[in-house]
Design a protein around this ligand. Structure first.
Ligand SMILES: C[S@@+](CC[C@H](N)C(=O)[O-])C[C@H]1O[C@@H](n2cnc3c(N)ncnc32)[C@H](O)[C@@H]1O
Length: 189
C-alpha cells in the first residue's frame, strides 16, 4: 500500500486541530520529565509532539514509517535548532533501550497492540501514549483503509497493557463533525 502519510507530510502542520492536540499532549507529558532522559517517539510525524518535547529532555529520537514525515521532522528540527533527530523505522524494528517512549495518534494504526505492549516492555520502563477514545469509525473522513482501531476503550487498554502500572486520563477533545476525546495513557513498570 502506498504510504498515505508521505502525501500528507507537506501540509500536515497546517491544520490547527493537529497542532492543538499536540500541544495538549506535550503539556501533559512535561511535568513528568526531569531533563536527563533519552526519549523515543514512534509515529513522530512532522514532530508536532517530539520537537516540542525535545527541549525538556536530554535526547529525542523520532521514528516513523513515512520517509516524507521524517524528512519534514528533520527539516523543522534543524531550522528551529532543536536537538532532535528522526529516522525511517517501524516501532517493531527498534531494539535499543530508552528511558521514555512517547507517541500520539499512532497506536490506532498498529494492528496488534499486545505485541506493541511487549515491544515497549523490551525497550523501556515508561511510556506516554495518546490516542482517540473509542469512536464510531467516522474520525478519518478520508477513509479507514490504514486504520486498525476505531480508538480504544479504557477496558481494552487495561487488557493490552495489563502487565504495566497504568494511569489513564482524557487530555483533549478534537472537534470535527462531532467531538472526539483523546486520552493519554501513562504506563510504567
Ligand atoms: C496520525 S499520524 C500522527 C503523527 C504525529 N504523531 C502527530 O501527532 O502529528 C500517525 C503516524 O504514525 C506513523 N506510523 C504508523 N505506523 C507506524 C509504525 N508501526 N511505526 C512507526 N510509525 C508508524 C505514520 O507514518 C504517521 O506518520
Amino acid at each position: 500500500m502506498k504510504n498515505r502519510f508521505d502525501k500528507d507530510a507537506v501540509t500536515w502542520d497546517d491544520l490547527p486541530r493537529r497542532v492543538n492536540l499536540a500541544k495538549a499532549v506535550v503539556k501533559n507529558i512535561i511535568p513528568y520529565l526531569k531533563g536527563d532522559e533519552k526519549v523515543l517517539e514512534f509515529g513522530c510525524g512532522t514532530g508536532l509532539v517530539g520537537i516540542n518535547t525535545a527541549p525538556y529532555v536530554k535526547e529525542l529520537t523520532g521514528i516513523d514509517t513515512s520517509a516524507k514525515m521524517v524528512e519534514k521532522f528533520n527539516q523543522k528540527a534543524q531550522k528551529l535548532n532543536i536537538n532532535a533527530k528522526a529516522m525511517v523505522k517501524d516501532i517493531f524494528e527498534i531494539s535499543e533501550k530508552y528511558d521514555i517512549v512517547i507517541s500520539s495518534m499512532t497506536m490506532h494504526h498498529i494492528k496488534d497492540i499486545s505485541l506493541l505492549s511487549d515491544k515497549l516492555s523490551e525497550i523501556t520502563n515508561e511510556a506516554f501514549l495518546a490516542d482517540l477514545v473509542k469512536e464510531d469509525g467516522t474520525f478519518h473522513t478520508r477513509g479507514n483503509e490504514d486504520v486498525a482501531h476505531f480508538g480504544f476503550s479504557s477496558e481494552e487498554l487495561n487488557k493490552y497493557f495489563g502487565s504495566w502500572d497504568i494511569d489513564y486520563k482524557i487530555i483533549h477533545t478534537i472537534t470535527k463533525h462531532r467531538d472526539f476525546p483523546v486520552f493519554l495513557l501513562h504506563i510504567k513498570k
